[in-house]
Design a protein around this ligand. Structure first.
Ligand SMILES: Nc1nc2c(ncn2[C@@H]2O[C@H](COP(=O)(O)OP(=O)(O)O)[C@@H](O)[C@H]2O)c(=O)[nH]1
Ligand SMILES: [Mg+2]
Length: 333
């Protein structure tokens, strides 16, 4: 065993033992763009899946959580997370944040709203990686989810800011998708895109407290109506997807939300939908890796210089664009 392999083996042991520092280092490793780190990251993930790893077969409940800025995601994660850790559950929080390149990571800035949870020894909060592009962030987040699972976390919360594209990505990472909404006037219903409604397993109308309570209840009723109009999905038992009211601030409705989540998760496990979804997600990420790998191969030699030569030939009229593309692609495959 080389020194590097021994390092990775030690890291795998640390992750499998549930050590938070080892987990943080492992996530940093999978997020790295360096080729040697990538090889180590793949080695690490393989070791954790291996027959002799204590982490083999561990599964967390992966919960996606989406909502526009200000609806109360951070406040919800704090309250909901603390409720779960008080039940002796271990909770990890990750983020897919398409805007983090500019803001420097949403969760990091929000740690003030997750003050207690971030100090809780049963919790692990990881800010979203900065700089990388959307696709890249999501691919590495999937690996981070896997690492949290291997570290024995019971629940992995994957937060995203609702901007359309990121929900689709998070839906490919989670077992259940929660959509957090704020109380609003009737015409706001159109503000949530149909495609996002169709992804939701549970719609939580937050801020159902004080003066906002009646508006929250109206909003909830409107969404419950809208959900009934959607096409029935095979992965849902009677009554799902569901809309309900919560207050993250007053910690109301969170226990009920947890019960609904477990009911749905148990039903899907019992009826084969859980495994089927994970299998479909694995295929999706395989294809995504291939696509991204091919795109990045185009930015490196020999493909890059071949592309430049062929591009010049096309510009000079010596080759048609189609013939040049076919030539490049056949060299790649
Ligand atoms: N009244 C009320 N305010 C809330 C609730 N949850 C969050 N807020 C407030 O809404 C604002 C945005 O919350 P935050 O958690 O940062 O939202 P995020 O941008 O989705 O992460 C803050 O001022 C919170 O105090 C709630 O349940 N009730
Ligand atoms: Mg926030």
């Amino acid at each position: 065993m080389t020194a590097k392999e021994a390092d990775v083996a030690a890291l795998a042991a640390g992750v499998a033992a549930g050590e938070r520092r080892a987990l943080a280092r492992a996530i940093t490793l999978v997020e790295s763009g360096r080729a040697d780190h990538r090889a180590q990251a793949l080695d690490l993930l393989e070791r954790l899946r291996g027959d002799d790893s204590p982490a083999k077969g561990r599964q967390a409940l992966r919960l996606g959580l989406s909502g526009t800025p200000g609806v109360g995601k951070s406040t919800f994660i704090e309250s909901f997370g603390l409720m779960l850790t008080a039940m002796d559950k271990r909770v990890a929080v990750l983020a897919v944040d398409p805007s983090s390149a500019r803001s420097g990571g949403s969760i990091l800035g929000d740690k003030t709203r997750m003050e207690q949870l971030s100090r809780d020894p049963r919790a692990f909060i990881r800010p979203s990686p900065s700089q990388a592009r959307m696709g890249g962030v999501a691919r590495r987040t999937r690996e981070a989810v896997t690492l949290c699972e291997a570290a024995g976390f019971d629940i992995v919360l994957i937060e995203t800011v609702g901007v359309g594209q990121s929900e689709t990505v998070v839906a490919e990472l989670c077992d259940l998708f929660l959509l957090l909404l704020a109380p609003a006037g009737g015409d706001e219903l159109q503000g949530v895109k149909r495609g996002i409604m169709e992804m939701a397993d549970l719609i939580l109308v937050n801020k159902a407290d004080g003066d906002l309570k009646p508006a929250a209840q109206r909003t909830m009723a409107e969404y419950a109506g809208a959900l009934r109009l959607l096409r029935r999905r095979p992965q849902d038992p009677e009554g799902f997807p569901k809309a309900m009211c919560v207050s993250a601030l007053a910690t109301e409705g969170l226990g009920t939300a947890w019960t609904e989540i477990r009911t749905l998760a148990d039903w899907r496990r019992a009826h084969g939908h859980w495994d089927a979804r994970r299998a479909a997600q694995a295929s999706h990420w395989f294809e995504e890796e291939v696509r991204q790998g091919l795109l990045s191969a185009l930015t490196r030699d020999p493909a890059r210089s071949r592309m430049a030569d062929l591009g010049a030939a096309v510009a000079a009229g010596r080759l048609t664009p189609e013939a040049a593309a076919a030539e490049l692609l056949s060299a790649l495959s």
